[in-house]
Design a protein around this ligand. Structure first.
Ligand SMILES: Nc1ncnc2c1ncn2[C@@H]1O[C@H](COP(=O)(O)OP(=O)(O)OP(=O)(O)O)[C@@H](O)[C@H]1O
Ligand SMILES: [Mg+2]
Length: 240
């Protein structure tokens, strides 16, 4: 793998601030945050509950917008993008994985993935991504007929089929037992190296930092540390 400093920049955040105005109280979810994401790296964003992790991920994915600061994706400004442009960005450039999978319950694994494939011009084939996540034999199962780990793998396949530039994962192992969680992390880090896909994982679980190329630590809406991990561990080997 290339050393980090030789990798191209994919995304840059400059002094990003986000405040939620709740009338009486204002919540400063992100304060003057600056950092970049390099192409092909796996970043883990660590922080306690309420530290601004999901806020940051949602801004990365064009689901939320900052109040102040600049964001660049492949050199173009996202902070100045209109809602149409953000819709295109979410559709073509971003894959999203959530803690509770968010599959459509009355569609099979295959159909859930097919729906995402229809959003883009040049998707991977559904059989290909099912194979990649090891679920070829479960293609006709409905979500309720799948284990939690299998549902999360369908969600990963649904994100991958669009060939996103950036895969954003919010607590992807938060609903899984340790073994299954490690298997899902192993899959994410394999995809990151094999497909050279940029992957961002948000979690409060510090152990997960061991698989990252870089760890970004958030506390009360501020980045308190960005750590380069010289020797990322395979997910199977991390202690939980
Ligand atoms: N849409 C919103 N409206 C108002 N306040 C919000 C909104 N979203 C987040 N917040 C507040 O912003 C702060 C950061 O929230 P965020 O969801 O980013 O935290 P988090 O690090 O993801 O936490 P968790 O680990 O519990 O998911 C919290 O204090 C939260 O209450
Ligand atoms: Mg969150």
């Amino acid at each position: 793998m290339n050393p980090l400093n030789q990798r191209e920049e994919l995304m840059r955040f400059e002094n990003i601030t986000k405040t939620y105005d709740m009338g009486e109280v204002k919540v400063e979810a992100l304060k003057e945050s600056s950092f970049d994401i390099r192409r092909g790296e796996l970043i883990v964003i660590l922080g306690p509950s309420g530290s601004g992790k999901s806020t940051l991920l949602n801004i990365m994915g064009g689901m939320d917008t900052p109040d102040r600061g600049q964001i660049y994706f492949e050199g173009r400004s996202l902070s100045r993008a209109g809602s149409k442009e953000l819709t295109q960005y979410r559709r073509h450039d971003i894959g999203f994985i959530f803690q509770f999978y968010n599959l459509i319950p009355d569609l099979t694994a295959y159909e859930n993935i097919a729906l995402a494939a229809e959003l883009v011009d040049n998707p991977l084939t559904i059989d290909e991504v099912l194979e990649e996540v090891g679920l070829t034999e479960r293609r006709d199962h409905f979500p309720a007929q799948l284990s939690g780990g299998e549902q999360q793998r369908v969600a990963i396949a649904r994100a991958l089929v669009k060939r996103p530039r950036l895969l954003l994962c919010d607590e992807p192992t938060g609903s899984l037992d340790d073994q299954t969680g490690k298997m899902v992390l192993g899959l994410l880090s394999r995809i990151s190296s094999k497909e050279k896909m940029t992957v961002v994982i948000v979690t409060h679980n510090t152990s997960i930092g061991q698989i990252a190329d870089r760890i970004l630590r958030l506390r009360s809406g501020q980045i308190i540390d960005i750590i380069v991990n010289e020797n990322p561990l395979p997910a199977e080997r991390i202690e939980w």
